[in-house]
Design a protein around this ligand. Structure first.
Ligand code: ADP
Ligand code: MG
Length: 291
C-alpha cells in the first residue's frame, strides 16, 4: 500500500472509532492469523457480581462475608469490588484490619479482628496447605456454570466458597463470529479458573483457551500461540501491557487503563469488540487499495 492509502485507511479507521497509532499495524493485520483476547474486561464487562456464598465447618454466612469484605476493601481487583459491594448491600460493617497483602494472580490476605483471613483461587489455598474438602467439588460445579469460584479460609481452616459472575459483553458473540468469518483463529488468555474459562470459551466458540495464567505468564502464553502465525492481542488491563507490546499487533480497549493504551499499536475508542473486526476490515480494504 502507498503512504497515501495508509493515510486514507487510518483516517477511515478513525471514523469507525479505531485509532491506528502506527501505520504498519494496518499492514500487519493482513498477515495476522490468530487473535488472542484477554477475558476480564475485554470479552466480559469486567464488572463481576457476587452470586454464591456457601459456608462450611459451621461458619456463618454474614460473618464470613464481613471478614472477607474487610480484606477485599484493600484490593483494587474487580473481584474485590464485587465482594465489598455485596457486603455493603447486606449492611455488614467492616472489621478492624491489619497487615494486608495481595498475592498477584492468587488472592489476598490480612488479619481482621485478630483472625487470619485468606481469599482467592484454589491455587492460593493449595499454596497455603488448606484443605478444600467438600467445597472443592462445590467450587468446580460453580465453575461449570461459568462463574469464578473463590475460597475463603479463616485461621487456616476452609470457611467458604464464593462465586462471582462477570457477564459477557453484548458485542462479543458477533465479534468472535466475524473474526472466524475472516478466517482467523481466536484464543482467550486469562488468569481465571480453568473450568470457568472453558465454559465461557465454549459459549463463544473460542478455539484455544489458556487459563490460570499468572500475570507474568501472559507473554509466554502469547509466544506459544505465535507458533500458529502472526498474532494480535486485545486487552484492557495494566496486566495486559507486556502482552500488548509483545504481540505483532497490540489492540487496547479505549475504556481500559492508560498503561494498556500506551503499550498498544491500535486503540479502540469504545469497549465494543466490533472495533476489532472493523480494524481488520479497514486493513484489508487499505491493502487492496479499495476506498
Ligand atoms: P484476571 O485479570 O485474568 O482475572 P488475575 O491475575 O487478576 O487475572 O487474577 C487471577 C485469579 O486470582 C482470579 O481469578 C482470582 O481467583 C484470584 N484473585 C486475584 N485477586 C483477587 C482478589 N482481590 N480477591 C480474590 N481473588 C483474587
Ligand atoms: Mg482484563
Amino acid at each position: 500500500a502507498t503512504p497515501t492509502s495508509i493515510m486514507v485507511g487510518t483516517g477511515r479507521a478513525a471514523e469507525f472509532g479505531v485509532l491506528f497509532r502506527k501505520g504498519d499495524a494496518l499492514q500487519m493485520l493482513q498477515e495476522t492469523r490468530v487473535v488472542a483476547l484477554d477475558k476480564t474486561g475485554t470479552l466480559t464487562e469486567g464488572r463481576p457480581e457476587l452470586i454464591d456464598l456457601i459456608t462450611t465447618n459451621g461458619f456463618d454466612e454474614d460473618n464470613v462475608l464481613r471478614l472477607v469484605a474487610a480484606v477485599e476493601a484493600q484490593s483494587e481487583h474487580p473481584i474485590a469490588e464485587a465482594i465489598t459491594r455485596a457486603a455493603a448491600q447486606r449492611g455488614l460493617t467492616e472489621g478492624q484490619i491489619e497487615g494486608f497483602s495481595s498475592i498477584t494472580g492468587y488472592g489476598v490476605e490480612a488479619i481482621v479482628d485478630g483472625k487470619h483471613i485468606l481469599v482467592g483461587a484454589d491455587r492460593l489455598m493449595m499454596r497455603e496447605n488448606i484443605e478444600l474438602a467438600d467445597l472443592d467439588e462445590t467450587g468446580e460445579a460453580l465453575g461449570r456454570k461459568g462463574r469464578t469460584p473463590l475460597y475463603a479460609a479463616i485461621n487456616g481452616h476452609i470457611a467458604a466458597v464464593l462465586a462471582v459472575s462477570d457477564p459477557i459483553k453484548s458485542s462479543t458473540p458477533a465479534a468472535i463470529e466475524a473474526l472466524h468469518g475472516l478466517g482467523l483463529s481466536v484464543a482467550m488468555i486469562t488468569g481465571d479458573h480453568q473450568g470457568t474459562a472453558d465454559v465461557i470459551a465454549s459459549e463463544l466458540g473460542i478455539d484455544h483457551v489458556v487459563a490460570e495464567v499468572l500475570p507474568e505468564g501472559k507473554v509466554a502464553a502469547l509466544e506459544a500461540l505465535r507458533e500458529r502465525g502472526k498474532l494480535a492481542f486485545v486487552g484492557d488491563g495494566i496486566n495486559d501491557a507486556p502482552a500488548l507490546a509483545t504481540a505483532d499487533v497490540g489492540i487496547a480497549i479505549g475504556t481500559g487503563t492508560d498503561v494498556a493504551i500506551e503499550a498498544a499499536d491500535v486503540v479502540l475508542m469504545s469497549g465494543d469488540l466490533t472495533g476489532v473486526v472493523n480494524a481488520f476490515d479497514i486493513s484489508a480494504r487499505t491493502m487492496r487499495n479499495i476506498r
